[in-house]
Design a binder for this molecule. Structure first.
Ligand code: C2E
Ligand code: MG
Ligand code: MG
Length: 707
């Protein structure tokens, strides 16, 4: 490589000798000789690699040259080559920045001196570069927004920058010497950190999102890069962790996510999220083979409200509607606003999706909740809704189809006059879904204490005195209202809850009788209806025994009603049970007598007390001679068997007159009283007693039917 030389020398020959000397040393000098200040300064412009300088010059001096060099801050090796500089001057020159000096009469040293000066300059350059790099690195370390920590090979923190302090809340001092583990949030399982270390060791770095904890306890997400630093021999010397706090980014992300999936007004899930959730549920329930129900709710005439009262009010109304709907749904259900005035519901709970019966219950509840007037900005508004119900898998196998079908059902509900709900499924007739609703609710009726007993008096036709009360069960359902036994007893038998209901009725009736006894109200007897399924079951006798015992009822106070059809299935079995009941002191009546096919011979074998003439015969007394004949025959038959007769469904006084004439002992029907709750009966008796001042008689309430 050529060596660019600037030689300050008044003698051309000496300069040549210097160059020659260097050539001999294997260097490639390209040189230029100057002897005035002006030429020297011009020469410096060409960036020489080295300056060789004679100390004493006629028009310039080495000392000046050196000073000018330093003034300009140039780092160019400066070697004095002089005839006789003198030791003192030489030392002074070296002090001022000269690299070396060589005596002209000892030129052998020149090559060596040049080499050394060049090498030193190279080292100086390198050092300056390193310094500069370090300076920059330090500045970056101090000023970067990213937290940085450096640890030694044992993961003990050696340094931490200001951003580290800012993000973690720990000062560098507090962090020094500790293992970065103290920053952990506890949100990641040990496997996470094991994976991190494996990657770090294998790839030399790890990069990812991690939750850490600030000094104030706050858990935050950071984006972290850890790098391994190794020495020349490949040994780990340090780890460098660089991280940034990404909570803001996360928050923004979450917000975007929320906005993309929710309705801005009501903050309910939007159509997109609803579809996702539904698809998710369907995917799960496809495996579980469950029914999924969705409701599509559309407000009736919302557009009119919006157009006449303004959008502001329309919005307020929607908010109130969504608030009410939220109230109606269960945790786990998805309530979404899928359009202007359209809402959708996905019924789901921990146990998975809920079915058609739940959908009906909810639809009813929603209609009811919405129907009560809303007070919005001083306006009293009533909104109703039309609801369509879609069922998976009957109505569709995927979310879009299902939503579409529920929507179609909603239009059907509009067609049907609004403010109602409809199923999409054709097969779900009104009866079928009522059954569905009831079935579900009935299972819990006893537990939820929804059953009530009404009592209907039986009256001695001859004296008008109270002979007993028949206990008739009713189901007080929160949405269906008071349900009569004709609508649920059959179902209860089918789904196997009749035993519970029967036991409840028996117990309640007996307790009530005991209460009346304690109050001094004279009710001679209470009758309880038995279901065929109860007769079938073992344990009926034990149940009755327990119940009678519990209420300490004397013999003859409890009557059990059975129907003919119950007895003929397994006559022997039925007979033994009836005998068992009779032995307990219970009385036995055959309910709805005349409608069954029991044989007289068989009836004779049973320990019966009464026959209840079915109301269908009583109804047509004086209109149908045939029925009158049947009633007469039943009374005669009962007489024959030594049984008392009870006429059911007596509504009119002429029926009572006929029955009395024919020798029927007891009568029961609206003519005397409808079945009533105990409290109402008591109130009636009290009133009666006040009038008559005698033992309870039964007031005729249905006076309009008297003629
Ligand atoms: P039932 O034992 O023949 O009861 C008489 C039914 O006739 C009652 O209907 C009663 O309200 C009605 N009734 C009474 N007087 C009149 C009247 O003057 N005119 C008319 N049209 N009807 C009258 P309810 O309460 O609906 O009971 C229907 C049936 O349900 C009962 O018929 C009985 O078979 C059954 N049932 C009622 N309670 C129970 C119960 O606790 N257990 C069981 N297994 N069955 C019950
Ligand atoms: Mg009865
Ligand atoms: Mg009856």
């Amino acid at each position: 490589m050529p060596l660019n030389l600037l030689i300050i020398e008044d003698l051309p020959h000496d300069a040549e000798l210097m160059a020659l000397r260097l050539e001999e040393e294997g260097l490639e000098p390209q040189w230029q000789r100057v002897q005035t200040e002006a030429d020297y300064l011009a020469g410096l412009e060409s960036h020489p690699d080295l300056i060789l300088c004679d100390w004493h010059l006629p028009r310039f001096s080495g000392q000046q040259a050196l000073e000018l060099l330093k003034e300009r801050g140039l780092d160019i090796p400066f070697i004095i080559v002089s005839g006789g500089i003198g030791e003192e001057a030489a030392i002074d020159a070296l002090r001022r920045g000269a690299s070396d000096y060589v005596l002209k009469d000892h030129p052998v040293r020149l090559g060596e001196a040049v080499r050394q000066a060049l090498e030193q300059r190279r080292l100086r350059c390198e050092h300056a570069q390193v310094q500069e790099r370090l300076r920059l690195a330090e500045r970056a370390f101090q000023n970067t927004a990213e937290g940085i920590m450096v640890t030694d090979a044992n993961a003990s923190i050696l340094s931490a920058n200001p951003a580290f302090e800012l993000v973690t809340g720990y000062s560098a001092e507090e962090a020094l010497g500790r293992n970065p583990r103290f920053l952990q949030s506890g949100r990641h399982p040990p496997a996470f950190y094991r994976g991190m270390w494996t990657t770090l060791m294998e790839a030399g770095h790890w990069r990812g999102e991690i939750w850490n904890r600030r000094k104030n306890g706050e858990v935050y997400p950071q984006w972290l890069t850890i790098s391994v630093v190794r020495d020349g021999a490949g040994r780990i010397t340090h780890f460098v962790g660089v991280f940034s706090d990404i909570s803001n980014i996360k928050q923004a992300q979450e917000q975007i996510n929320f906005l993309a999936h929710h309705d801005a007004l009501t903050r309910l899930p939007n159509r997109t999220l609803f579809r996702d959730r539904l698809a998710h549920t369907l995917a799960q329930d496809r495996q579980r083979q469950k029914t999924v129900a969705i409701l599509f709710v559309d407000l009736d005439r919302f557009k009119t409200v919006n157009d006449t009262l303004g959008h502001r009010l329309g919005d307020d109304l929607l908010l109130e509607v969504s608030r009410r709907m939220r109230e109606a749904v269960r945790v786990g259900d998805t309530l979404a606003r899928v359009g202007g005035d359209e809402f959708a519901l996905l019924l789901e709970d921990d146990a998975g999706a809920r079915d058609a019966a739940d959908a009906v219950t909810l639809a009813r509840k929603l209609l009811k909740l919405l129907a009560s007037p809303m007070s919005i900005s001083g306006h009293q508004l009533v909104v109703t809704a039309s609801i369509g119900i879609g069922l998976y898998p009957d109505d569709g196998g995927d979310s879009d189809t299902l939503i579409g079908r529920a929507e179609r059902a909603m239009y059907e509900a509009k067609q049907q006059g609004r403010n109602n709900f409809q199923f999409f499924t054709q097969s779900l007739t009104a009866g079928a879904f009522e059954r569905l609703v009831m079935e579900n609710a009935l299972r819990n009726a006893v537990e939820r204490d929804e059953l009530v007993l009404h009592y209907q008096p039986q009256v001695e036709l001859a004296s008008g005195r109270l002979a007993g009360l028949e206990a008739l069960v009713r189901w007080q359902h929160p949405e269906l209202g008071l349900v009569t036994p004709g609508r649920f007893i059959g179902l209860a038998e089918e789904i196997g809850v009749i035993a519970d209901i029967g036991a409840w009725v028996l117990r309640s009736a007996c307790r009530q009788l005991a209460v009346w006894d304690a109050q001094g109200v004279q009710v001679p007897r209470v009758s309880v209806n038995l279901s065929v399924r109860q007769i079938d079951r073992e344990g009926l006798v034990a149940l009755v025994a327990e119940t009678i015992g519990e209420s300490r009822l004397a013999s003859g106070r409890l009557e059990l009603e059975v129907t003919e059809s119950m007895l003929i299935g397994d006559p022997e079995h039925s007979r033994s049970i009836l005998i068992g009941l009779k032995e307990l002191g219970a009385e036995l009546a055959v309910d709805d007598f005349g409608t069954g096919y029991s044989s007289l011979a068989y009836l004779k074998l049973l320990p019966l007390d009464r026959l209840k003439i079915d109301q269908s015969f009583v109804r047509d007394i004086s209109r149908d001679k045939n029925d009158e004949a049947i009633v007469r025959a039943i009374i005669a038959l009962a007489d024959n068997l030594g049984l008392e007769t009870v006429a059911e469904g007596v509504e009119q006084i002429h029926q009572a007159d006929f029955l009395k004439r024919e020798g029927c002992g007891l009568a029961q029907g609206y003519l005397y009283s409808r079945p009533l709750p105990a409290a109402e009966l008591e109130a009636q008796w009290e009133e009666e007693q006040a009038h008559v001042g005698s033992a309870p008689r039964v007031q005729r309430i249905d006076s309009s039917s008297r003629h």
